[in-house]
Design a protein around this ligand. Structure first.
Ligand SMILES: Nc1ncnc2c1ncn2[C@@H]1O[C@H](COP(=O)(O)OP(=O)(O)O)[C@@H](O)[C@H]1O
Ligand SMILES: [Mg+2]
Length: 350
């Protein structure tokens, strides 16, 4: 069965500023109704990619199709796309309702009023229509900006670090709300963030960017469990890297790695020649202490309520972090061993 045509189809999209390549040959297809997050550190090209999709930045090369039409050369206001900027840029002298209704020029007054009310309801700000933005909290202003961006009913909403200005508690609450609103509307969202937890919390799929390139795209669990590189592994959370050399295949998708302290088994990520320098990437919660494994010393153990966090070293000095549910004593300062299920560890190029 053929999959439906993507809502957004980007091919070879590139942006150069002089000699500098800010966005480098990106291919990406997005389904209708998808919540997509672009994740990467500051300066990797996330905003530039978003601005090209919105039409604010002409690409140096490549094409953008939306719902089957080539929109690469269309000006922003002719695209069924809307963008919410990092600074919400609400008009301070206008009421909340007027801010939301701004841009509904094509509708008559009754229609525009009804749409504005629906948007106020959507972001749970009914009754706030007559207020000025400066009388609202940061979270409420964020929701007004979201309502304004959604009022024109775009096919695709682009949000550049939409929660960047909110403090932690409010940020988590607003993440849940953003997700719920997106689900209710079924509008495709592309959210830019440099926060991996936020990306995992929000996205159906995450695209990881590294120096202008999209290096891995997939659902959060896949990126977390099967990163294609040390860069992606480290970006998605805490990870242990055990150095070694690629050994022979050891069953379906599994091969041996020869470490300084013995052989281990892990899932083979990329195809690597035998003898190649590699690292075995294992998350702290996947390390198991005791039993037949690599020799290790527990240097420190900290009780954190729902889990115990241990710091360990291998005889060659490799430092590991393990995280496990509390059980029995903390076991700091002792000799032990570490092992892991090959399915919970992935072999990556060193
Ligand atoms: N108008 C511009 N002129 C020159 N360089 C730019 C311009 N806009 C962005 N850049 C550069 O492109 C790179 C990517 O920027 P940006 O897309 O804003 O990254 P991000 O949003 O991931 O932090 C940065 O090195 C930035 O300095
Ligand atoms: Mg940016």
């Amino acid at each position: 069965m053929a999959s439906p045509a993507p809502l957004l189809d980007i091919r070879g999209l590139t942006k150069r500023f002089g000699d500098y390549v800010a966005v480098d040959g990106i291919d990406l297809a997005l389904a209708a109704g998808e919540f997509f997050c672009l994740l990467g550190p500051s300066g990797c090209g996330k905003s530039t990619l978003l601005r090209m999709i919105a039409g604010f930045e002409p690409p140096s090369a490549g094409t953008i199709h939306l719902a089957g039409s080539d929109i690469t050369a269309l000006p922003p206001h002719r695209r069924p796309v809307n963008m919410m900027f990092q600074s919400y840029a609400l008009f301070p002298h206008m009421s909340v309702a007027a801010n939301i209704g701004y841009g509904l020029k094509g509708l008559n007054r009754v229609e525009a009023g009804a749409r504005t009310l629906a948007m106020l309801r959507l972001v749970r700000l009914e009754g706030f229509g007559d207020r000025r933005p400066d009388t609202l909290s940061g979270g409420q202003r964020q929701r007004v900006a979201l309502a304004r961006a959604l009022a024109r009913e775009p096919n695709l909403l682009l949000l550049d670090e939409p929660l960047g200005a909110l403090d932690r508690g409010l940020r988590e609450e607003t993440q849940g709300e953003l997700r719920a609103i997106q689900r209710r509307l079924g509008t495709s969202f592309v959210v830019v963030t440099h926060d991996p937890e936020e990306a995992m919390m929000l996205a159906d799929r995450i695209g990881v960017m590294e120096r202008g390139r999209l290096v891995q795209v997939g659902p959060p669990a896949e990126l977390y469990r099967r990163p294609v590189s040390r860069y992606v592994a480290g970006l998605l959370g805490d990870v242990n890297l055990i150095p070694g050399r690629a050994g022979p295949e050891a069953g379906e998708g599994v091969r041996e790695v020869v470490t300084a302290h013995g052989r281990v088994r892990a899932s083979s990520g990329a195809s690597l020649a035998e003898g190649a320098e590699v690292v075995v990437a294992v998350r702290p919660e996947s390390l198991v202490l005791g039993g037949e494994g690599l020799p290790a010393t527990v240097d420190d153990a900290v009780f954190l309520g729902d889990r115990v966090r241990r710091s360990l070293t291998l005889p060659d000095g490799t430092v590991l972090r393990a995280s496990a549910a509390p059980a029995g004593g903390l076991g700091a300062g002792g000799a032990t061993s570490v092992r892991f299920d090959p399915a919970d560890a992935v072999i990556l190029p060193a």
